[in-house]
Design a protein around this ligand. Sequence first.
Ligand code: BTN
Length: 271
Amino acid sequence: MVLNKQKLQAVLLTEGKNTDLPFSLHIFESVASTNKTLWELLSQKPGSECVVIAAEQTAGRGQWGRQWLSQKDGLYLSFGFAPKLDINLGYQLTLATAWGIAEQLRKYGIDVEIKWPNDLVLDGRKLGGILTETKVSGRKITQAVIGVGINWKNPVPSTGINLHSLKERGNPIQISCLEKLAAVVLLGIHSGIECLEREGVNILLSRYIKLLSNMGDKVYVNDDFSGTVVGVTAAGNLHLHKLSPNTLSVTPASIFLQPGTISLGYRKYKD
Ligand code: BTN
């Protein structure tokens, strides 16, 4: 189903309480990847704010070079803007977006949590993911494309969940259509980036960590050692306290893992 542009704009106005979201909006039936299409549009109009949404993707991009399965009835959305962020801080855009979207969905009664670094999880399963791509000039990120995939009614693998399954389990949700979900996601991206820009990364991180499902988890790193998750740094690294049963030291050693170096997996669940 292709989103209705007028309906989405109307929902954005009511849900966003007239928040000014000055982007151009492009809706497609089918594209290879909304991130790719958005980069093409931005090459003609660099520096502008732009949104691309597609009913399906034939070559959706996931994190770490994976494919993002993108059949019809899911949300596939990309937002492009010029952040002017330091070259090393691009990961903050992913953290900000993950927090913003999770927080917005929670306002609609959907108890979304974040799995480090970029997964949106519900009931221990993957509801959606974020892929941020950037262009750099000198020491600055001059253009960013934030791609968001959220499972709405599309088929999902066993570790995934879609929002429609909540309805089927007799748990009515306050998001009634794909246009409303797109509006909630756009408002979430907006509020996450606004938090980062206006309040700074430390406030953002304190909010991100409150929704982080991995806090306190024991993590094994390459069979070498294990640690307890105690936080996430401003560069997006996972902060662990190393568990060392053989040492008498009272101060645990800190270990920092970059995104992509380990996968935290999904919680085991019972249907
Ligand atoms: C992940 O692997 O968890 C991130 C998935 C991001 C998928 C979205 S769907 C919309 C946008 N376009 C893409 O090609 N990928 C992102």
